[in-house]
Write a protein that binds this ligand. Structure first.
Ligand code: HEM
Length: 421
């Protein structure tokens, strides 16, 4: 007798929309990702999504291997268009391409173009980042001075989210009067990967991208006419000296540096303050021995990674961790889950600022590993340490659960109200 006529027969389970369940759009995932990821990683470390052409990879080993696999692509044109996230990003990119040219940043290029462009941009950027300690300290001191005398403040919006935009704006060469607009435009774009965003949010994201690209286009023209001491001038000088990079590539890489470097670093700082206010022993240890901040920032990155997943696209059929995938599939690696994989990390749910080694995947891995990691580390270490030192009695206003932002792919706090005494 067919199942449908047998009232006692089990119905087949409906296909699971894994990438939704495991994204920040799911309140249960935001509240306690590990209650979902721990069993998933143990039982199905690689699993095909039931609804869209994508695989969720939650184990460290196969996750790292996939990020490092150079046969996989970062180019959205290699991803199956039925994937709603991909369709969404492609639509935004196509609208911008019509106005500014093709999105040619290192974020989405593959070799050989990726290696060529990344080599030139990273060399110039890392030189600037290496000399940024003084600038970062100065910006953070001014930001803390602005909080003096306040009994309460929001450690995310009044502090963490104000720092990276000033650091990046100054390094890139934007005038200070543009910083607030660049911040608003960048934040409007954070929903780029959210297929559920409203028409109004989509317009804000588009306007934000347009604002940033127009600004950098004008800045490039100004610096070409009159170079200054900034990254835009460095990249134009490299081009004039024969470095193989065109104007479109410079424009879109300036955009990428800003967009990839603002909220991520703000979230590192915000998550770090939250974790140290809720782990007093670690906070007291850092206050007693400030050198511990270096390891503490690595542990903060591991424990609450600001970017919760990173993806690659399959250019041909293949297998990851024994699980078959098809051409066009997105291989989505959960950095949140990989960082808590007991097969790679001892006692992974313990927050331990002295953990050595700490091989977290929060900056990704392989050819696309985060280019801004050295700057993010300087900002994170300086911003968290200086705030704790200035306000040694800092505490959360109450015991309410953390207010995680509802943005897929992002693990950061919407706000964090604190009291200084
Ligand atoms: C705590 C802060 C940050 C985190 C957690 C973070 C995380 C990441 C991750 C996960 C990736 C993808 C790597 C992969 O898929 O293998 C990435 C790439 C990238 N990040 Fe960061 N990032 C941070 C800060 C920054 C900063 C400050 C900048 C620059 C100003 C930056 C610029 C970039 C760029 C340009 C890429 C693309 C590299 C490529 O595709 O070759 N990031 N980042």
């Amino acid at each position: 007798m067919p199942d449908s006529q047998d009232p006692g027969a089990r119905q087949p389970a409906p296909p699971r929309f894994l990438l939704f369940e495991y994204s920040e759009l799911n309140p249960a995932m935001r509240a306690d990702p590990h209650a979902l990821f721990d069993p998933q990683r143990r039982e199905r470390p690689v699993e095909h999504d039931g609804m869209i052409p994508a695989m969720l990879i939650s184990a460290y080993g196969v996750g790292r291997e996939s990020l490092m696999d150079r046969s996989l692509s970062r180019n959205f044109d290699d991803a199956a268009p039925e994937n709603p996230v991909i369709a969404n990003v492609r639509r935004l990119n196509a609208a911008m391409a019509a106005e500014f040219g093709k999105h040619d940043s290192m974020l989405t290029l593959d070799d050989p173009d990726h290696g060529r462009v990344r080599g030139i941009v990273a060399e110039a950027f890392l030189k600037r980042a290496a000399g940024a300690q003084g600038l970062v300290a100065q910006i953070i001191d001014a930001q803390i001075d602005a909080l003096a005398g306040r009994e309460t403040f929001d450690a995310v919006n009044d502090y963490a989210a104000r720092i990276p935009i000033q650091v990046l704006g100054t390094i890139l060469g934007s005038p200070p009067e543009m910083f607030e607009s660049l911040k608003v435009w960048t934040e409007a774009g954070q929903l780029a990967f959210d297929p559920t965003k409203s028409a109004e949010q989509e317009k804000l994201a588009l306007d934000g991208r347009r604002g940033i690209l127009s600004h950098f286009k004008e800045l490039m023209e100004a610096r070409r006419a009159a170079p200054q001491d900034d990254l835009v001038s460095d990249l134009l000088a490299a081009q004039a000296n024969g470095a193989p990079i065109d104007d479109n590539e410079i424009l879109f890489n300036l955009f990428a540096l800003l967009v990839a470097g603002h909220l991520t670093t703000a979230d590192l700082i915000g998550n770090g303050i939250y974790l140290l206010l809720t782990h007093d022993e670690a906070r007291q240890a850092i206050l007693a021995d400030p050198k511990l901040i270096t390891g503490a920032v690595e542990e903060i990155l591991r424990y609450e990674p600001p970017i919760s997943f990173s993806a690659r696209f399959a250019k041909a059929d293949g297998k990851a961790g024994g699980c078959p995938y098809h051409k066009g599939d997105a291989l989505v690696v959960s950095l949140i889950s990989a960082n808590r994989d007991e097969d790679r990390i001892d006692d992974p749910h313990r927050f331990d600022i002295t953990r050595r080694p700490n091989p977290h995947l929060s900056f990704g891995a392989g050819a696309h590993i985060c280019v801004g990691a050295p700057l993010a580390r300087i900002e994170g270490q300086t911003a968290i340490l200086k705030l704790l030192q200035r306000f040694p009695h800092l505490r959360k206003v109450d015991d309410s659960p953390p207010d995680w932002r509802v943005v897929p792919g992002v693990r950061g706090l919407a706000k964090l109200d604190v009291i200084t005494e």
